[in-house]
Each structure stands twice: as structure tokens, then as C-alpha cells.
Design a protein around this ligand. Structure first.
Ligand SMILES: *Cc1c(COP(=O)(O)O)cnc(C)c1O
Length: 356
């Protein structure tokens, strides 16, 4: 067990804990009492400090707003069976944060600064970590260019802020998907592998169009031929075909999801064959026709596993059978939750424990 490092703390005088309806946690609606902040100036990060969550004073000329140097992470802390709290896979999230920062010409955040900030914040706001099954504390680190200046340049000033939000089990009815044959989320060589804000802004429009046509999300395909599958919505995508778990092989247009990695690890441990490879729309259509394609789901920190109800390929709706508790996706989701809550051993060193 790690003890909380010394970080300067300015506590709130008015906790919003009692005003928060823990029985009705809409994703991202409530933000916990405190946030951590550190500033980059003159080539170094300041010591992080904790303060009440609230407004920041900035001008509308900050470079992040104009030229898009803004990246984030999305992670979760879980209430464990012994009452302690587990921040899930912070090293892996930090590795990705570094890749995102690097791609956007932003300064690296040392692991010590990152984990100390998260640990101290979660420890201070530990009453915000929900106790009901499947609920968690969502952790949102964000880094953005804070230099106030209109000329196009790489910023010399940045802010690193971490906020948290109690979230319930994510329920979404199984997705209806449209294969995206025109727009792209990103292209190879672009910023798809980085968790940068602009990737989201650019994805809204094609998603809105798909919603108008009666779908919930788009199945993103490669930018050249719109033939190979990249991701679904803002999640990685997995299929069960011939009893094997298959998922698109990572490339620079695909976000290297930590849920994806955790699911692959657990699936292999369960003796399933996992293949990371290029998957074409034709492969899916063949799978539907031969009934060898039996499951499809999105995976990411927010939803963990999000079942797919049907995929529209070239105008034809191909449905999946309803998902039951014996499905591969539900079995793996359950194992993942057991590891996160300490109901089963943490064989891979994924858990970072904060005293509850
Ligand atoms: C964050 C994200 C994911 C999922 O990553 P996790 O680490 O599993 O949360 C997948 N795709 C995109 C585009 C993302 O931004």
C-alpha cells in the first residue's frame, strides 16, 4: 500500500457530496469536490496542488482553443471488496498520455507527478468513490496549451488538471451501427492513436448524420478504401467469429485502448484464441451469412463492454442474437470487474491501491 505523498491541499469549504444523487449517476454529470493542477512554464512543471473544483481564469486567446493542443485521459477508480480503492492501470494510461503529448508537441508529464496527483486527489475525495456494484470514480486528466497569444505556434505554457466524477454502471441498449463509407475519424499518420480533443470534435458530424438515419453510432473504416474496420464510435471494437476473439490490429489511426488490452489478456488467460488483424467489411458480411460471426461489442473505460445489436452493411441490416450472461463479452466483463474490485487476484499488477 502506497501512502499519499505530500501535496499542498486547499480544501473546499462546501462539499457537494450530499447534493449528489448516488442512486442516479448520469455519466459525467457530477464532478467531485477537488481538482489537481500543475503548470508548465519556463521548461518545467510546477509542483501539483489540490484546490476546490471550480473555474479557471484564462483569456479567450489561449492557444488550446485556437490550434488544438489539448489531450486527455479517461480512467477509473473502483471501490474494492475490502473497502480500499483501486486506480486501474495508471502506468498504462500514463504511457498513452506520453504518446498523446508527444504527438501534439506538448511537454511530457513524469510518472511521479501523474501518479502523485491521482493518488492524492482520489484519497482526498474518497467518499466520492461509489459503493454500488459496477459503479466507479471516473478520472479525467487533461493537458492543454494555456499561453495567451494569437500567432500560430507551439505553446510555451500548459496546464495539467485532474478532475473526477462518480459514475454508475454504464447502461446502453445494444448499438445499431452504420458502416461509415465516406467520412473518416482520422487517417493513418494522423492523430487517431492520440487521445486529443480534436478527434472527438471531428467525429461528431458523421455520428449526427448516422443518428438521423436511425443508427446509434458509426463503425469507422480506413480512410483509403473504407474497407477495413478501425473502431466503433469512440471505442475499440471486437468480434467473436468461429469462437475466436478478433479485433483490428493497431495502427496510427486506432486508439490503443486499455480496456482492449485488458480484455485480450483475460481472454487469452481463459484459453480463447485472440487474433489482432485487419478485418474487412466483407469478412463481417461472410461471417453473418455463414452464421460464424456470433458477437460484436465496443470496449472502452466508460462503458467497459457495449454490445452491438446490428450492423448495416451496404443497406442490409445484419442483427446479432441477444447477449446473455454466458456470452464471451459478459464473461470477460465480469472477470475484469472481479480483478478491479479485488474479488480475484491481480496477477498482472494492474491495480494501484489507495487506502479507502
Ligand atoms: C479512449 C478511447 C478508447 C478506449 O480506450 P480505453 O483506454 O479502453 O478507455 C477507444 N477509442 C477512442 C477513440 C478513444 O478515445
Amino acid at each position: 500500500m502506497t501512502t499519499a505523498p505530500a501535496i499542498a491541499i486547499q480544501k473546499t469549504t462546501h462539499s457537494r457530496l450530499k447534493e449528489t444523487d448516488f442512486n442516479n449517476l448520469e455519466f459525467g454529470k457530477y464532478i467531485s469536490d477537488h481538482m489537481v493542477m500543475a503548470d508548465w512554464a519556463k521548461g518545467e512543471w510546477s509542483e501539483p496542488h489540490i484546490l476546490p473544483f471550480g473555474e479557471l481564469k484564462m483569456t479567450p486567446a489561449i492557444l488550446a482553443l485556437h490550434y488544438g493542443q489539448a489531450i486527455f485521459e479517461g480512467m477509473k477508480a473502483f471501490r474494492m471488496v475490502d473497502g480500499n480503492i483501486n486506480i486501474f492501470r495508471p502506468q498504462k494510461h500514463h504511457e498513452r498520455l506520453i504518446k498523446s503529448l508527444d504527438r501534439m508537441c506538448m511537454p511530457e508529464i513524469p510518472y511521479d507527478l501523474f501518479i502523485q496527483s491521482l493518488h492524492a486527489l482520489v484519497e482526498l475525495d474518497k467518499e466520492w468513490v461509489p459503493r454500488s456494484e459496477g459503479a466507479s470514480l471516473y478520472i479525467r486528466p487533461v493537458v492543454f496549451a494555456s499561453e495567451s497569444r494569437l500567432g500560430v505556434k507551439v505553446s510555451d505554457f500548459y496546464k495539467f488538471v485532474v478532475m473526477t466524477s462518480p459514475v454508475g454502471p454504464y447502461y446502453n441498449k445494444p448499438f445499431r451501427l452504420k458502416v461509415e463509407g465516406h467520412y473518416t475519424r482520422t487517417a493513418e499518420g494522423g492523430t487517431g492513436f492520440a487521445k486529443c480533443a480534436g478527434n472527438y470534435g471531428g467525429a461528431f458530424y458523421p455520428t449526427q448524420l448516422a443518428k438521423k438515419e436511425g443508427f446509434d453510432q458509426v463503425l469507422w473504416t480506413d480512410h483509403k478504401e473504407h474497407k477495413y474496420i478501425d473502431e466503433v464510435g469512440m471505442m475499440n471494437v471486437m468480434f467473436v467469429m468461429n469462437g475466436k476473439l478478433i479485433t483490428p490490429k493497431l495502427n496510427t489511426a486506432i486508439l490503443d485502448g486499455i480496456t482492449r488490452d485488458s480484455i485480450i489478456t483475460i481472454a487469452r488467460e481463459e484459453g480463447l484464441t485472440v487474433e489482432e488483424k485487419r478485418i474487412s467489411i466483407d469478412d463481417l458480411e461472410d461471417g453473418f451469412k455463414s452464421k460464424t460471426l456470433t458477437e460484436a461489442f465496443g470496449c472502452g473505460t466508460a462503458a467497459v463492454v457495449a454490445p452491438i445489436a446490428m450492423i448495416n452493411i451496404r443497406g442490409i441490416d445484419y442483427p446479432f442474437p441477444p447477449v446473455d450472461a454466458n456470452s464471451i463479452q459478459q464473461r470477460i466483463k465480469k472477470r475484469l470487474l472481479q480483478i478491479r474490485t479485488g474479488a480475484e487476484p491481480d496477477r498482472y499488477g494492474w491495480n494501484h491501491i489507495v487506502r479507502g
